[in-house]
Design a binder for this molecule. Structure first.
Ligand code: FAD
Length: 391
């Protein structure tokens, strides 16, 4: 089967879904197809994260991560209110021990420079009254941090996008992409039921490809480059980094999110305590480097190795001394798509433009991608407008 659409979005995670909804609103007369290799939407990283609505404390001021996180947080709370998506603004406590005060004040300065104005410094007794199970000497309270039911959120985005005419193809993988008609269009090769015996190939031509394929996004951008399409900037190097979670069985010892100060190597936020919408507590994610040759989703092992429990317990006890290690149970893991390089790495949005068609690739969309999703969708809609393909 061959068909033609104006815009093809690859990947129905939270970014692809938010962008489909936004472009459908911004360009109501354009036809949009959303292509997803899994049997349902949001089965990738978007359903394997902490479900935290971040305030925007840690990212370099003025970076895409900082701007889209702060703007996205406001949009997301508003969206949840409007469309009855379960959300709770439970606040987050960052706790520090003696000797870590400088790190805490750098976080506070960075947050203010990013437009987060409502952080409060806490002393040990204020921490004890907010979170009696926590032991810490000083802390920062972030009242705008919250949690969301990410599955309900993605279903809501999907309903709106589909209700307004976005076509959704599930169990369909983008297997190749190349320019056609002297750069007037892109031709996509799609394989439906690719993981079954009944696999079938079809071709779609479009004028705009939006690549939101998460872990698969870099391979698609590289494929288009190999097919002879120049890019406006060099593509980054990306590595996959696993984040494991342990559930804490029984009643949660906390009613807020509890974070230690981030890992000094800049690798992660430190093993923290999050809550889900039902009030269950889990700890994680940690940072597990994967072997270099693990860059194919089909060989990924998403199970959590129970032998990591001791390392979890050691780190958690620094701020929660009463931890009962026997209640820590391997839960789930997610994979970060992390741009490599020294220091802070931003989201990267790469463009490839031809005669009258273009591709936009979303690369390195690790945390705070869930929080930023609605602002990211608006940002992409502005870039599409600037490409003048449909105006
Ligand atoms: C451990 C962890 C914790 C996190 N915690 C938070 C948090 O608390 N708050 C927050 O804001 N962010 C958090 N994040 C980040 C957030 O989860 C991601 O930024 C976000 O989910 C990325 O969404 P996405 O749509 O880009 O990617 P994905 O959800 O991975 O979606 C990509 C989709 O593309 C599909 N796909 C891939 N290749 C193809 C192909 N060739 N053809 C068709 N389909 C394809 C995949 O099946 C997938 O469904 C966390 C991330 C991790 C890993």
């Amino acid at each position: 089967m061959n068909f033609e659409v104006d815009i093809c979005i690859v990947g129905a995670g939270v970014c692809g879904l938010a962008i489909a909804r936004q472009l459908n609103q911004s360009l109501p007369s354009s036809s949009i197809a959303l292509i997803e290799q899994a049997d349902s939407v949001g089965q990738g990283t978007s359903s394997r994260n902490s479900e935290v609505i971040h305030a925007g404390l840690y990212y370099a001021p003025d970076s895409l991560k900082a701007r889209l996180c702060v703007a996205g947080r406001h949009l997301l709370y508003e969206y949840c209110r409007q469309y009855q998506v379960p959300v709770r603004q439970i606040g987050k406590l960052i706790v520090a021990q003696t000797g870590e005060e400088d790190t805490l004040s750098r976080i506070a300065d960075n947050a203010r420079a990013s437009g987060v104005e409502n952080l409060q410094s806490l002393n040990a007794s204020q921490i004890a009254s907010l979170a009696p199970a926590v032991r810490a000497d000083t802390g920062l309270w972030s009242p705008s941090t919250g949690i969301i039911d990410s599955h309900e959120y993605m279903q809501s985005l999907l309903e709106q996008a589909r209700g307004n005419g976005v076509m959704l193809a599930l169990a369909t993988r983008l297997s190749d992409v190349r320019p056609e008609d002297n750069g007037k269009k892109l031709e996509l090769e799609l394989t439906s039921n690719w993981h079954r015996k009944s696999a079938e190939t079809s071709r779609v031509s479009c004028r705009l490809l939006i690549n939101c394929a998460g872990l698969g996004a870099l391979a698609i951008a590289e494929r288009l480059h190999q097919a002879g399409v120049a890019r406006s900037q060099a593509l980054p190097c990306i590595k996959w980094v696993k984040g494991n979670y342990f559930a804490y069985q029984g009643r949660s010892p906390f009613s807020h999110l509890i974070y230690p100060v981030p890992d000094p190597t800049g690798n992660g936020l430190g093993i923290h305590a999050t809550l889900d919408m039902a009030g269950n507590c889990r700890f994680g994610p940690d940072v597990e480097q994967l072997a270099h040759d693990i860059n194919n989703e089909e060989v990924l092992d998403l199970s959590v190795n129970a032998s990591r429990r001791d390392m979890f317990a050691k780190q958690i006890r620094r701020y929660f001394p009463a931890l009962d290690e026997s209640r820590l149970v391997p839960d789930y893991a997610g994979i970060r798509t992390r741009i490599t390089g020294d220091g802070f790495q931003d989201f990267q949005i790469a463009e490839q433009q031809l005669e009258s068609c273009a591709a936009i690739h979303l690369l390195g969309i690790e945390s705070p991608g869930l929080t930023a999703s609605l602002a990211l969708a608006k940002h992409i809609a502005e870039r599409v407008w600037q490409l003048e393909l449909f105006n």
